[in-house]
Ligand binder design. Structure first.
Ligand SMILES: Cc1cc2nc3c(=O)[nH]c(=O)nc-3n(C[C@H](O)[C@H](O)[C@H](O)COP(=O)(O)OP(=O)(O)OC[C@H]3O[C@@H](n4cnc5c(N)ncnc54)[C@H](O)[C@@H]3O)c2cc1C
Length: 419
């Protein structure tokens, strides 16, 4: 190792966040309109009430919730706005958490699991309402979900799952194999149909939320990288990588998979995932426009239809965090996704017009981590990991807004960072 690379390694070990490549190839949303956000190239001021680090969906919802015309809120990003993982999202906005309710109940207790699932359902409902009220043009559609039995959960487990969801007051209709076949033309031994999901163009939604916050005073600055944070009395001093200092009363890290290194834990990990967008070349079933589809299998497949008729789908996850960066895997895995869709739905697809791969955050419970960063006064962080990253960003904005306003959200305990 040369002394220069040793120095770089030492510098990387000391880094505040783990810098990553966030995509291999670009998602279909990168070519859509209305995803740019007006921003300052230089810091307009060195102080603010709240500094938000990150301009993805977590930062956007945080800003929308915190900008009330009274607080001075600034958002910084080391990339151009809306160019992190939120640009890669397949944006199935589900309340159904990756870890099924009856499995989560075994991990964190039935009451807590039901509370987490209900909160997730409420977050989808309030996100749809918010985007509607703000009139954000992002192809937002309320949808139902079809959850298919697979090699992870069979008909018996789905029956247990549907019962517990019913007990929790969460909509779930269990279908046996015959009904799954007659209603959806899909050959699976069982499925669950539920309401309270949605889909959208995630980049347009993020940019629209940021613009709404800008109308209430948010300042967006890019490129600015936060390299260090230090609480000083009731304030937090943030050093930028180009040697400037920003002093804020509160700092909220919405830095996605480039999370604060001090929050590393065996309870979450970064894996790799793949996705496609492809136009059908044969008729697709009518119901598909109104549904998100996912399956209880490993690796799993999930899919939905976008407003332009493209099928957006993903899966084939691999535990290796760098696997997404391999162009051969991009081709193989995305071809496999296409084959699985064609078999499941009995349709033919054109070759994908977009194929992309990205790192993806997972947690052992499927729940996000949200809250004060242990040991750093007035510093908060959001790690909305898992397949519900967008839904979790809404919950995070609600919890952190309460915290900054001196209140405690009723569900904050479910999502706190381990001390
Ligand atoms: C392929 C794929 C499919 C997905 N599908 C779904 C789905 O269907 N439904 C769903 O709900 N979720 C899905 N997700 C997850 C969801 O997209 C993410 O949880 C969400 O986009 C993360 O948003 P974020 O704002 O936290 O992160 P990002 O969008 O990555 O934003 C974080 C920003 O912080 C900036 N940043 C980091 N560190 C610093 C620093 N030190 N200084 C300044 N700036 C910094 C980065 O540059 C970045 O722009 C998917 C993710 C992937 C990759």
């Amino acid at each position: 190792m040369t002394s220069q690379s040793r120095n770089e390694t030492a510098a990387a070990d000391d880094a505040l966040v783990d810098k990553k490549t966030l995509h291999e190839s670009t998602s279909c949303w990168a070519k859509t309109p209305r995803i740019s956000v007006r921003h300052f190239a230089k810091l307009p001021s060195r102080t603010c009430d709240i500094l938000i680090v990150g301009s993805g969906i977590s930062g956007a919802l945080m800003a929308e919730h915190l900008c009330d015309g009274k607080r001075d809120v600034m958002m910084v990003d080391r990339r151009p706005p809306v160019r992190g993982s939120s640009l890669d999202s397949t944006a199935m906005i589900q309340h159904e958490i990756d870890v099924p309710l009856h499995v989560l109940a075994r991990k964190i207790g039935e009451e807590n699991a039901m509370r987490a699932w209900r909160r997730s359902r409420d977050a989808v409902r309030s996100l749809v309402e918010l985007v509607d009220n703000l009139d954000i043009d992002c192809s937002l559609e309320a949808k139902r979900t079809l959850y298919l039995a697979g090699d992870d959960l069979g008909p018996r487990a789905l029956k247990t799952e549907a019962r517990l969801r019913e007990k929790a007051g969460i909509d779930a209709r269990l279908l046996d194999g015959a009904s799954t076949g007659s209603e959806f033309g899909i050959d699976r031994p069982a499925s669950i149909v539920s309401r309270d999901s949605a889909s959208a163009n995630p980049a347009q939604m993020t940019a629209g939320l940021i613009r709404a916050a800008q109308a209430r005073g948010l300042k967006v600055v890019s490129p600015i990288e936060i390299a260090d944070v230090m609480p000083v009395g009731d304030h937090v001093a943030c050093a930028t990588s180009d040697g400037q200092l920003i002093v804020a009363r509160h700092v909220v890290f919405c830095s996605g998979y480039e999370f604060l290194k001090r929050l590393e834990s065996p309870r979450h990990s970064i894996i790799s995932t793949w996705a496609i967008a492809a136009k059908p070349r044969s008729a697709v079933p009518d119901w598909l426009r109104e549904f998100l589809v996912w399956e209880a299998s490993d690796p799993y497949l999930y899919l939905r239809m976008a407003k332009d008729g493209s099928i957006i789908a993903g899966g084939e996850d691999e535990d290796a965090p760098e696997a997404f960066d391999d162009p051969e895997k991009l081709k193989d895995k995305t071809n496999r996704i296409v084959t699985k869709i064609e078999k499941l739905l009995g349709v033919k697809l054109y070759p994908p017009h977009s194929r992309w791969a990205a790192p993806f955050g997972n947690t052992t419970t499927g729940l996000p981590f949200i809250g004060p960063v242990p040991g750093l006064k007035n510093v908060h962080a959001v790690m909305g990991f898992g397949g519900n990253g967008i839904t979790f960003s809404k919950i995070a904005a609600e919890i952190i807004k309460a915290e900054i306003s001196g209140r405690t959200d009723r569900d904050a305990d479910l999502f706190r960072f381990p001390a």
